[in-house]
Design a protein around this ligand. Structure first.
Ligand code: CA
Length: 512
């Protein structure tokens, strides 16, 4: 065969392949990424919750796969979102703690999917300070966003909404699916809730949920933080001392309409009277605060569950469900009273682990469970592989599509690296990095040069560090070596990338 002839054949083949692609509707799967903020796996019935039921979210697990070991790289809101957009650890995407501004000029999964022919949208909580890039449509809360009556940013200006934010974000997501997207293209929709983030203001429909029940207390509600390094004792996130009167709804809530305020007054005033009459102290007061806090948190989860159900129903009714990968996760886990805490940040399991359920009809076996160690760092690589788009070599995670198919690769990761930065800062959790393997966890509070080592098999609640125990000397050196290996692999030498124009993609805007 002459060179010219073979080139000609090649061109004909390319043209044919091209005509096949363009003549038919693009059949690549849609990706619906459902994201909540601070939703711990302990508050999902598909994870065996002892405190609530989440029938709609459970559907994703029942019809897909539940991951029992999904970890985050840095357990806090903004940083987790930046990791999911970039597939890079915080020190390489530049967003190491809340208050940073995300550099939208860098490579993101939304831009890569857009170039690959996907339509992209983000609706709800964004929390990265600068404007979204790589999205055809965005309608986002300003900063943290309120639970009621949010003003939201769009490319066309600010839109003021009245109502409950979880419901509004859902209405906007449904409106985009029904009326705003290009139905010839596959989509990535990031549908992201503010709930159940502090200060846990329930929606009007959920104000009286759990009124007549007592929420079971976690085993470690009265943790005394002995047998660990000093940071666990020195934090400021206890149910006992750090929930504010505003958190506990002992003062009037701001930003409500008259009608909303009326419903709130009816729901909360009688409870306040009971509290004042009881005049509680000591453990009884902690128990009361825990009930008050946990119930409001769970009421917020109830609304997320109900609203995700509305979106799942819409996918079913329209037949979109068949070709849509539905992913549910949270930006990190959460302390629902475990260790006596609320909030997140630590490398301890409750906040280091995050829920992850994935439904992909015809591909993922319904009701399957994986204990493979996956991470939020892997999400963008998974999105790209689902779309059949190339995965850039500078992304640091790995697509877990094969894990989803029930075929975990033999060389899948056996350890996870973590790095938390926000100190000094809210809740006073010391900076730390560490490594977790199947059985052990090593944590280094490096500014204090204090260490913890946990044997998760013998001590799943992480109450007793064995770092100084002679029996664990060999484990300790193995874990220290693994920590160094991972710091090297992820290029974490303690420095943080600096961008030339960190704030270039934030515009001032007027009301739309
Ligand atoms: Ca969060």
């Amino acid at each position: 065969m002459t060179l010219r002839y073979s080139m000609l054949l090649g061109l004909v083949a390319l043209a044919l392949a091209g005509s096949v692609v363009w003549a038919e509707k693009d059949q690549r799967p849609n990706i619906l990424f459902v994201f909540s903020d601070d939703h711990g796996y302990q508050a999902l019935s598909c994870y065996g919750s002892k405190v609530n039921q989440t029938p709609n979210l459970d559907r994703i697990a029942k019809e897909g796969m539940r991951f029992d070991r999904c970890f985050v790289t840095n357990s806090i809101c903004g940083p987790s979102r930046a990791v999911i957009l970039t597939g890079k650890y915080s020190h390489l995407n530049g967003f190491v703690h809340n208050g940073n501004k995300f550099n939208g000029q860098q490579q993101t999964v939304s831009k890569l999917l857009q170039s690959a022919g996907y339509q992209t949208a983000v609706i709800g909580k964004w929390h990265l300070s600068t404007d979204p890039t790589g999205f055809d449509y965005w309608h986002i809360l300003q900063g943290q966003g309120p639970y009621y009556n949010p003003a939201m940013d769009t490319a066309d200006g600010v839109v003021k909404h009245t109502g409950y934010t979880t419901e509004i974000i859902t209405d906007l997501a449904l409106d985009w699916l029904k009326n705003k997207r290009d139905t010839d293209k596959p989509f990535l929709l990031m549908y992201q809730h503010k709930a159940p983030h502090r200060n846990w203001q329930p929606g009007p429909k959920q104000l009286n949920n759990y009124d007549d029940v007592t929420i079971p207390e976690p085993e470690t509600l009265f943790d005394d933080y002995s047998h660990r390094a000093s940071p666990a004792r020195n934090q400021e996130m206890t149910v006992e001392r750090h929930l504010t009167p505003n958190d506990l709804k002992l003062v009037p809530q701001r930003g409500l309409t008259d009608e909303q305020k009326k419903a709130w007054d009816e729901a909360y005033d009688p409870k306040n009277e009971e509290f004042e009459k009881a005049n509680l102290t000591g453990d009884d007061l902690i128990r009361w605060k825990y009930q008050r806090y946990a119930k409001d948190y769970l009421r917020c989860v109830d609304s997320v569950d109900e609203n995700v159900g509305r979106v799942l129903d819409y996918l079913d009714e329209t037949g979109l469900a068949d070709n849509t990968v539905v992913i549910y996760s949270s930006d990190q886990g959460w302390y629902l009273g475990e260790h006596g805490w609320f909030d997140k940040r630590w490398m301890y399991e409750e906040s280091f682990r995050t829920p992850l359920m994935v439904r992909w009809p015809g591909k993922v076996k319904p009701g399957s469970v994986s204990d493979a160690m996956v991470m939020n760092l892997d999400f963008p690589e998974l999105f790209l592989e689902i779309a059949g788009a190339p995965i850039p070599s500078d992304m640091q995670g790995r697509s877990f599509k094969q894990v989803l198919m029930g075929e975990t690769p033999s060389d899948w990761r056996k350890s996870v690296y973590y790095h938390y930065y926000e100190f000094p800062g809210a809740h006073s959790v010391a900076k730390h990095y560490g490594v977790r393997t199947e059985r052990y966890k090593l944590i280094h509070y490096y500014e204090l040069n204090e260490w913890e080592l946990f044997d998760l098999e013998k001590d799943p609640n992480e109450l007793n560090s064995v770092y100084d125990e002679a029996d664990y000397a060999a484990v300790k050196s193995q874990m220290e070596a693994e920590l160094e290996r991972l710091r090297d692999q992820y290029k974490d030498d303690g420095s943080v990338v600096q961008f030339d124009q960190p704030n270039a993609n934030k515009k001032k805007r007027k009301r739309a």
